[in-house]
Design a protein around this ligand. Structure first.
Ligand SMILES: Nc1ncnc2c1ncn2[C@@H]1O[C@H](COP(=O)(O)OP(=O)(O)O)[C@@H](O)[C@H]1O
Ligand SMILES: [Mg+2]
Ligand SMILES: [Zn+2]
Length: 290
């Protein structure tokens, strides 16, 4: 969907009912204007709790999309634990600040990254952020970063139901929806349900659920071991009537890739884990681009 906003109506919500009905647009009450970032699809990656693999999934999905010829931006909005630079081995890099823009860090020709971690004095500095400060930072990440023309902006969010998701939902254009990451255990699935309820309140569509750490690939024989069980994410998706995007196994090679600061999917091809990530990416593309 492309929607041209006339120059004098920049305050209008791109999805406002006036626009779709051809009536004069209405200003977004109490909200700053939507960002003019040039992106076709904004995808939020969310979970009910930490440690389920949101950042890992964000990095690998973004890499898989870029490997499939899409122009991808990866935006780390986990202000309290911005882990994306570490997982990409670009910790300590400083994005160039040009006259009016911040240049994101380029991983490949079609994958650029921006994270709060780049702008902090050091990674062990605890940061106390209040909601409004985060909102301003998010606005700058959208408007002042030289993203170029993007097919996808993949947004890694902190766990739970915080200000970041609300702000990005309000500020970014073309938010196609949220991808919910869960692990197979019942408690994690319950948290995923909470995340879905939250995202629905923000009037952001749920694209689907990904079950991460779904069985473990044995490093010795390559067989799958059911460590935390399997199928909880799929069942939750069915119960909630949302799309199941796929399952990604727990793979020690993925931990090593993360620790080495390289996206797993750019290192490996034709392993079961790589195929699983690729399938999730394909399902996402099918849902978003059709
Ligand atoms: N599919 C996976 N296989 C193996 N390790 C994984 C997988 N997904 C995540 N991890 C590991 O689990 C830990 C937590 O993942 P992370 O992506 O940081 O979670 P979150 O962002 O949800 O807090 C990391 O050490 C990461 O390497
Ligand atoms: Mg994370
Ligand atoms: Zn084995």
């Amino acid at each position: 969907m492309t929607h041209q906003t006339p120059a004098n109506t920049t305050n209008c919500d791109e999805n406002c009912s006036s626009c779709s009905s051809g009536q004069p647009p209405q200003p977004r009450k109490g909200l700053p204007p939507r960002s003019k970032i040039d992106v076709k699809h904004v995808i939020l990656v969310l979970s009910g709790k930490g440690g389920v693999g949101k950042t890992t999934v964000s990095v690998n999905l973004a890499s898989a999309l870029s490997a499939h010829g899409r122009n991808v931006g990866l935006l780390d909005l986990d202000f309290h634990g911005p882990n994306i630079p570490k997982m990409l081995g670009i910790e300590g890099q400083k994005p160039a600040v040009l006259e009016k823009h911040i240049e994101p860090v380029h991983i490949t020709g079609t994958l650029s990254v921006m994270s709060m971690a780049f702008l902090l004095p050091n990674t062990s500095t605890p940061v106390v952020w209040r909601g409004p400060m985060k909102m301003v930072a998010i606005q700058q990440f959208l408007d002042e970063v030289n993203w170029g023309t993007l097919d996808y902006l993949v947004v890694d969010l902190p766990p739970g139901t915080g200000d970041e998701a609300l702000s990005i939902a309000q500020l970014a254009p073309n938010v196609r929806g949220a991808v919910i990451v869960t692990t197979p255990q019942d408690v994690a699935v319950l948290d995923a349900v909470k995340a879905i309820r939250f995202i629905e309140k923000l009037e952001v569509p749920v694209i689907g659920i990904i079950e991460n750490m779904s069985g473990m690939i044995c490093p010795h024989c390559g067989e799958t071991i059911d460590l935390f069980g399997r199928g909880g994410g799929k069942k939750a998706a069915e119960d909630l009537n949302v799309l199941f995007l796929g399952a990604i196994p727990l793979d020690p090679a993925m931990v090593i890739a993360g620790d080495e600061g390289r996206p797993y999917v750019l290192l490996h091809a034709d392993t079961p884990t790589w195929k699983a990530v690729d399938a999730v990416m394909e399902n996402l593309v099918k849902r978003v681009e059709s």
